[in-house]
Design a protein around this ligand. Structure first.
Ligand code: SR1
Ligand code: MG
Length: 419
């Protein structure tokens, strides 16, 4: 069934009348749409997100807007991002079952996805700001990144299927273009929509005058736009993860594209590092222990990623890359080849990590970890540590293969007065 061919944004008032024809939604929340209660809860930068509550249960209705919500209709943005989000969710569900919300319905013309209401999950970023721990978080995220990276690549997929998927996602032009500008370009010059905390000018000037750094960033950018190794989530930050005390899911893959295997895990680690550096403004007595818990998550994400990637290498290497005919079938161990692939992934990941740490303090879309610190005099020195560590990661990415080293660098910057 279709909701009509002419797009119209939903509202709290119109949603029950317009979506009552969606049988699967009625089956989840109850047939009597007059009894539905609707809340709009979208707190991201782009979309409308409604929770529909009926006598039988709840569901989420997400709808793309034809512009960037954060900026307004002066920045148009294609509705087709919902199409890519839907297709990314189906692939993630297949590549890592149980990792994303169940999807009940998709309407392309209305850019509407109806999905599972996750409860009592909350956005992970809010938990990190509030000092909450999540059991099993690192294991879940390390496996999610390894499984989606491996199973979306020619290490696993049939070449024809992979090429067809790269072709499909190549149509997602305007959404990755946001990343190309806001993440890889704008932090390193005075772009129009940039803003940064007062007091950071000396650090910002230092970064923008560091030509070697800008070359490294452009090299990472080149890999991001031209290396279609696997389908990446494309925006894997702590606002794209929902958790209870012991269970997590990944949401919001509208930035999905085929890109480097190290992209998601690098962005993810950056967001844990920013949570780490922002903690002195959010915590009291538990500060040291909580910061160490965050670093422990980074280390375990990394070791879990490697272990799961190696397991898949040994058991699911069915694609054209590194075939058994060249290794095991000739009695040759392929573990050195796996080591080399992982080394390349982590080289990319640490560079992407440093770049994400920069953009969240320098370009348009900042994160609440730092933005919720009301006093700029408290925020600026914490952001400065984060910015300078980001620069070190970008400069040293090729030599940094181990998350233990990354955490040691973080501890070092955490004790420094950078400003
Ligand atoms: C204009 S969109 C800004 C940011 O929000 C999204 O979540 C992505 O992170 C994007 O860079
Ligand atoms: Mg998002």
């Amino acid at each position: 069934m279709s909701l009509g061919t002419k797009y119209k944004a939903l509202s709290i008032e119109t949603l029950p009348e317009r979506l009552k024809v969606v049988d699967v939604l009625a089956s989840k929340v109850g047939e009597d749409s007059a009894a539905w209660q609707v809340q709009e809860v979208g707190d991201g930068n782009l979309n409308l997100v409604f929770i529909v509550t009926g006598p039988e249960g709840k569901a989420v209705v997400k709808q793309a807007l034809p512009y960037v919500r954060l900026v307004g209709d002066s920045w148009p943005l294609p509705l087709y991002r919902a199409f890519y989000e839907y297709h990314a969710l189906t692939r993630q569900a297949a590549r890592d079952p149980g990792s994303v919300p169940d999807i009940f319905y998709f309407d392309e013309a209305q850019a509407v996805i109806v999905m599972e209401f996750l409860s009592p999950h909350v956005i992970l970023r809010h938990k990190l700001i509030a000092g909450k721990r999540v059991d099993g978080l690192a294991d879940f995220l390390g496996k999610f990144c390894a499984r989606t990276a491996f199973r979306g690549s020619e290490l696993s997929m049939k070449s024809g299927d992979k090429k067809a998927d790269v072709g499909l996602f190549a149509g997602n032009v305007d959404i990755p273009a946001i990343t190309e500008a806001l993440v890889f370009t704008d932090p390193y010059f005075t772009a129009e929509m940039n803003h940064h905390t007062e007091g950071l000018d000396p650090v910002v000037a230092q970064l923008r005058s560091d030509v070697a750094l800008k070359v490294k960033v452009q090299q990472a950018f080149q890999r991001f736009v031209s290396n279609t190794e696997t389908m990446v989530h494309g925006d894997l930050h702590s606002g794209s993860i929902m958790s209870t005390e012991s269970e997590s899911r990944v949401i919001d893959p509208e930035f999905a594209q085929y890109g480097p295997m190290g992209f998601d895990i690098g962005m993810l680690c950056a967001n844990f590092l920013m949570a780490y550096f922002s903690q002195p403004a959010h915590r009291g007595d538990d500060l040291d222990a909580y910061q160490e818990w965050i670093l422990g998550v980074i280390e375990e994400v990394s070791t879990t990623f490697d272990a799961e990637f190696r397991r898949l290498w040994a058991t699911e290497r069915t694609g054209i890359l590194y075939p058994a005919s060249l290794f095991e079938d000739q009695g040759h161990d392929s573990s050195a080849a796996c080591d080399a692939v992982l080394k390349g992934i982590w080289r990319d990941a640490w560079a992407f990590c440093g770049i994400e740490m920069h953009r969240r303090c320098l370009s348009l879309a900042h994160n609440a970890d730092f933005e919720d610190i009301a006093d700029p005099a408290l925020r600026a020195p914490l952001e400065a540590r984060n910015l300078m560590m980001g620069a070190e990661l970008i400069h040293e990415a090729e030599r940094l293969v181990d998350a233990n080293t990354i955490c040691a660098i973080a501890r070092d910057f955490n004790g420094k007065d950078v400003l």
